[in-house]
Design a protein around this ligand. Sequence first.
Ligand SMILES: NC(=O)C1=CN([C@@H]2O[C@H](COP(=O)(O)OP(=O)(O)OC[C@H]3O[C@@H](n4cnc5c(N)ncnc54)[C@H](O)[C@@H]3O)[C@@H](O)[C@H]2O)C=CC1
Ligand SMILES: O=C(O)[C@@H]1CCC=N1
Length: 310
Amino acid sequence: MLGNGIVGSSSRHLSLVLLIAGKHFCTKAPRQKIPNNIGFIGDGSMAKAICRSIKRAGLIEYSQVYVSSPFPKNLDSWKELGANVSTENAYVVKEADIIFLAVKPHILCDAIGTITASSVAKEIKNKLFISILAGVTIKNLEDLLKHFEGSRVVRVMPNTPMLIGQGCTVYCPGSKVSDNDLKLVNSILEVTGMCQMVPESTINSIGAVTASGPAFVYVFIEALSDGGVRMGLHRDVSTKFAAQTVMGAAKMVLETNKHMGTLKDEVCSAGGQTIAGIHALEKCALRGSIMDAVQAAALRAAELGEQTKK
Ligand SMILES: NC(=O)C1=CN([C@@H]2O[C@H](COP(=O)(O)OP(=O)(O)OC[C@H]3O[C@@H](n4cnc5c(N)ncnc54)[C@H](O)[C@@H]3O)[C@@H](O)[C@H]2O)C=CC1
Ligand SMILES: O=C(O)[C@@H]1CCC=N1
């Protein structure tokens, strides 16, 4: 369903099981290629993560990709892949139908300003812009893009695990997007992992958990690994065990539907080793620290958005 409120979607595929000559072949139904050209204003980590993710899923070829950055050196790796590159943002917006805005929030006004001031500005019509910028509101985006006739905006908050197809992305439609636009955006995002439409009022809080969250979790994994090293494990062994343990615990939360407290209790034997460790964590206020981290990230997102207001 594509309507108001929160809708869920997952990247499940139709599986076709063929029984031929006594052997089972399991093939995923091929995804439909996107006929549109895809643009990226900004060529950094997130632009690469999104592009690789949708290319890997077979939605696009690099020949359909247009990327811009003022730094030609940054564009070399894109060029090698077969993407079309330019130091002119206006070129990308003119050539692409769907344009990801993937610059840092404080760059946005200048980046759009160069497009508005370009000689091709009047030719830029009916574009679908997908903003991934932290904190920047739909109202602000629509205001900045109002010079381009027929432009529509979708505000998206992705995260880096989409690089390996394990992303957690949310999106909010702008005031002019059509159902077809939303279907298209959903079909692009769903191949990157989990994706869900949400009300814009929740996106900064969600982004603090999902987009900043990987960094918080990496710090936790590093600390877990450090603990193992402190107790005499080799670093590579300790890191492998720590990361696998975090992944397993996350899957237990998602797949058992048990409350985290119950799952924790199942690990803590009476008078055992785990409760001794939990006691140490509670003395250091780990929970309060993580909650503070999420609050700090959400508040900072709102501040970043304010910076792009004229
Ligand atoms: N890194 C992350 O985990 C996430 C980032 N975001 C958002 O994604 C956006 C991009 O972040 P990253 O990819 O991490 O940053 P990044 O620094 O890796 O990439 C930004 C790119 O913009 C380019 N750039 C600078 N000035 C430009 C201009 N005037 N025109 C065109 N390109 C220009 C730079 O060459 C740079 O490579 C940010 O707004 C951030 O809030 C959202 C979710 C997660
Ligand atoms: O830290 C940041 O501002 C960006 C947005 C969310 C994740 N990284």
